[in-house]
Design a binder for this molecule. Sequence first.
Ligand code: CIZ
Length: 322
Amino acid sequence: MKRDIYPPLESEGARKLSNIQREILKIKKEREAVILAHNYVCREIQEVADFTGDSLGLSREAKKTGAKVIAFAGVDFMAETAKILNPEKIVVIPDSNAGCSLEELCEASKLASLKAEHPDALVISYINCGAKVKVLSDIICTSGNALDIVSQISPDREIIFCPDRNLGSWIEEKLNRKMILWNGYCKAHVKYSPNDILELKKEFPNAPAIAHPECPKEVRDVCDCVCSTEKMISFCKTNPSDTFLIATISEMVHRLRKEVPDKTFVSVPSGNQPSQRCDHMLLNTPEKLLECLKNLSPRIELDASTIEAARAPIERMLTMSK
Ligand code: CIZ
């Protein structure tokens, strides 16, 4: 199979901005906007973003921005988080159809029923969920701070962890504690198989394999490191290897190459695909980013009571994460 191999960025030389990227920067200035981009969006958008990062970093940036408009290149629950933290600001998203399978697999009414069965349980929800699920949660976490957050909860307290069963089971293993796990999953990360990793390792025997905790346990078990996207950057910076096998959404390699420009990254294939993409993140195109900045639409709109109730568990996360 063809491999998606990304050689060191420093070997590529400087890249000129395209016309559309220049237009985006011009309209961004006119609108007094900030562009926040998730690590999983395309390279062209990452190159014009004011900040590119994971949900935790993006939430922190959203909280401190002085801009009038936030253009959020990511998926809807991330842009909603920016709106919840900035109710007075205009938050736009390039494509309002950019959602998340985890969000789809966790209906608020079903979580409410589970909570009723476990009235004393603390609900910790992965940030990949809708605003109504956030309202029902006690604390939000991201893959970057999930271990840290859960480890701060007394061992005798029952925890409902939702919606990602794979992130949840990884936390259970690492912290040696049981939780009530919601049965959700990321449709992209569950497509990897251990064989995809083991076959690639034969071709790159010295390259550590790094998997996202949204991957199933059998996949995580054959990898050398399991961590969030931001932690992948620090791992690749400090590990002496010059090549790494990356088992997460392949757009992450653009961020890795920018931050670690002297190393090579290889996307782990899944099934018959040379790398794994997220259909929702791919809806973020430079053309749509330009349009949403021009039209200030589509906008994220949430009612005041949802904003107020969803804000508390997000703020709790920001306070609890180092
Ligand atoms: O936390 C996030 O932003 C996601 C979805 C992945 C990661 O590990 O950064």
